[in-house]
Ligand binder design. Structure first.
Ligand code: PMP
Length: 277
């Protein structure tokens, strides 16, 4: 696959040396995950490109570094690298990082670069998953989850390690008060009767672009703290994310939670139409 390496489309990976600043300190480094879709007319759609690039700049702003490209340039770079790879169903990973050596002191001379990697992507739309609540707590403000930074994914890697020893497909993360925040790399929605809840953007979740899409697609989504009991007694629970798309949760901690999935089916069909037609 071809890579957009800080301004140039190259054949090989835009390899950094292992004495790299961001690799050693996990910061400054911010990235995005973006999907492109092959539409029925043969064209390619990059889903919510502007929103993803805008969040990349917000992540850098929170982390405290400046991306030396304009957002329009990075949007065009995504379009170019998708075209260079033949278009279709792809997953894009733009990453902004510091290319200086690890011994250098962060200063005005820091060399921030952006590379955009691309890999083929399979659809996850409508996948059914069994989940459990992780015992590992993630608190704000130690973690500022509004930023999609490499440093935040250290925690997520710890939860993924726990997942290797659990007989479920994903784990839900609680905040330091015990409220449910999100899954490892997806936001969560809970439907009970006529109510639809999603945890608030209070620093403990990544405010997902797919989460926003759900909020714009159905009326009455309420941002509200979600308890374990809310989940266990829900009619329908689902996960949203660029990689995950929309996944139906069938079981949480051994309790079935797919009593009424009409809302999920509606959203799944709407999402399919908007990304394919
Ligand atoms: N939370 C986390 C921690 C994530 O990594 C992701 C995936 N980017 C999401 C939520 C979902 O966000 P989005 O819909 O923007 O992909």
């Amino acid at each position: 696959m071809k890579v957009w390496a800080n301004g140039q489309i190259v054949d090989e990976k835009a390899a950094i040396n292992s004495f790299n600043y961001s690799l050693h300190y996990a910061s400054p480094a911010a990235w995005e995950g973006i999907r492109s879709y092959l539409k029925l007319d043969g064209s390619t759609l990059i889903f919510k490109l502007k929103d993803h690039i805008a969040r990349l700049y917000e992540s850098a702003q929170i982390e405290g570094f400046t991306i030396p490209w304009r957002p329009e340039q990075l949007e065009q770079a995504c379009i170019d690298v998708v075209a260079a790879n033949g278009g279709g169903n792809l997953y894009l990973r733009p990453i902004a990082y510091c290319a200086n050596d690890a011994e250098s002191i962060r200063s005005s001379s820091e060399d921030i670069r952006v590379d955009i990697y691309v890999v083929p992507a399979e659809s996850k739309l409508g996948k059914e998953v069994r989940v459990a609540i992780s015992g590992i707590v993630r608190g704000y403000p130690q973690f500022q989850m509004q930023a999609k930074t490499s440093a935040n994914y250290k925690f997520i890697q710890t939860v993924k390690k726990e997942l290797e020893h659990r007989d479920v497909d994903d784990l839900l993360i609680v905040d330091n008060q015990g409220y449910i925040t999100e899954a490892t790399v997806a936001n969560i929605f809970v439907k009970k009767g006529k109510k639809i809840w999603t945890p608030p953007n209070d620093g403990s979740i990544l405010p997902g672009i797919t989460r926003q899409w759900v909020g714009n697609s159905v009326r009455g989504v309420e941002e509200r703290k979600v308890t374990r009991a809310d989940l266990y007694t829900a009619d329908c629970v689902f996960l949203t994310g660029t990689y995950s798309e929309l996944m139906l949760v069938t079981e949480i901690d051994g309790r079935r939670v797919d009593r009424n999935t009409a809302l999920f089916t509606f959203l799944k069909e709407k999402f399919r139409r908007e990304t394919i037609e």
